[in-house]
Design a protein around this ligand. Structure first.
Ligand SMILES: [Zn+2]
Ligand SMILES: [Zn+2]
Length: 275
């Protein structure tokens, strides 16, 4: 995990009080993350295979192939649920049901984590409805529970992952979509993977979701009163991506925090009809 995550959270809350609520609750999860140590996994990984996959546009791992410590991730997930179900949240009844489920059915959490790794949105939705918890909340908690293990994997591979450009809109390591992007000091646009945190350069005038590069159907809007943020959108697939301009900030927080600190941009993008 990024170093000094808690210090970054505290600094962000001070500098941008508007994102206090989102970051306060994440701060609790970030503290719990320190209590679980994922075991390094046996990585069956050959450079030749990786090159072949890269040439064909396949990520190194995909879906359930991702060698993560599901046991440690399940343990962390249960800690999240136990903590949150004890707060005054509106959805605490659903959280309590999830907690019961994790206790009574030993395979339930691992199966949920695998659903997330497979990116099986339908199954995630069904599970959420069955257990009475917003599927988006369930998915977010499962994703954050996987993070220490997935990040450790990515870090273990970092010197073997090519620094070559990867001309695809999904992550070269795990195949997930970007959740946020940034402009580096060089002006290049880097996409940030929603699952493993990998960052890769991607053309500024190209939609990562549908590869559209027709500038007439690509655009962005700025945020009034908030220099350094914008939302890139594509009129062809109607997707959008939040962008942080690091040239404007003295110090940017890790992107997973910037993602949470910019939830208001998601609301704005949705209001404009983008998803
Ligand atoms: Zn990834
Ligand atoms: Zn598009």
């Amino acid at each position: 995990m990024p170093e000094n995550l808690l210090a970054h959270i505290d600094r962000l809350i001070q500098q941008r009080p508007v994102c206090k609520d989102a970051l306060d609750s994440f701060r609790e999860l970030a503290s719990l993350m320190k209590e679980v140590q994922p075991e390094p996994q046996d990585i069956k990984f050959e450079d030749r295979l990786k090159d072949m996959k890269k040439d064909e546009g396949f990520p190194i791992f995909s879906g359930e192939d991702l060698p993560v410590d599901l046991h440690a991730s399940s343990e962390l997930f249960t800690k999240f649920i136990a903590h949150l179900s004890n707060t005054e949240r509106d959805d605490r009844d659903g959280l309590k049901k999830v907690l019961e489920k994790t206790k009574s059915d030993s395979g339930w959490t691992e199966s949920l984590l695998k659903t997330l790794l497979r990116k099986d949105d339908k199954a995630l939705y069904k599970t959420g409805k069955e257990i009475d918890l917003d599927p988006a909340t369930l998915g977010f908690l499962a994703q954050v529970a996987l993070r220490p293990s997935v990040y450790a994997l990515r870090e273990a591979l970092s010197d073997r992952i090519d620094k070559e450009p990867w001309d695809y809109g999904y992550c070269p390591v795990c195949g997930s979509e970007p959740d946020i992007a940034y402009f580096a000091k060089t002006g290049k646009r880097y996409l940030h993977c929603e699952l493993c945190g990998q960052e890769w350069v991607y053309p500024r005038l190209k939609c990562p979701f549908c590869r559209n590069d027709d500038h007439k159907t690509l655009g962005y809007f700025d945020i009034e009163g908030e220099e350094g943020f914008r939302v890139d959108f594509c009129r062809k697939c109607l997707r959008y991506l939040k962008i942080l301009d690091k040239r404007v900030f003295e110090e940017a927080a890790p992107m997973e925090l910037e993602y949470l600190a910019t939830i208001h941009l998601d609301i704005l993008a949705n209001e404009h009809g983008f998803k």
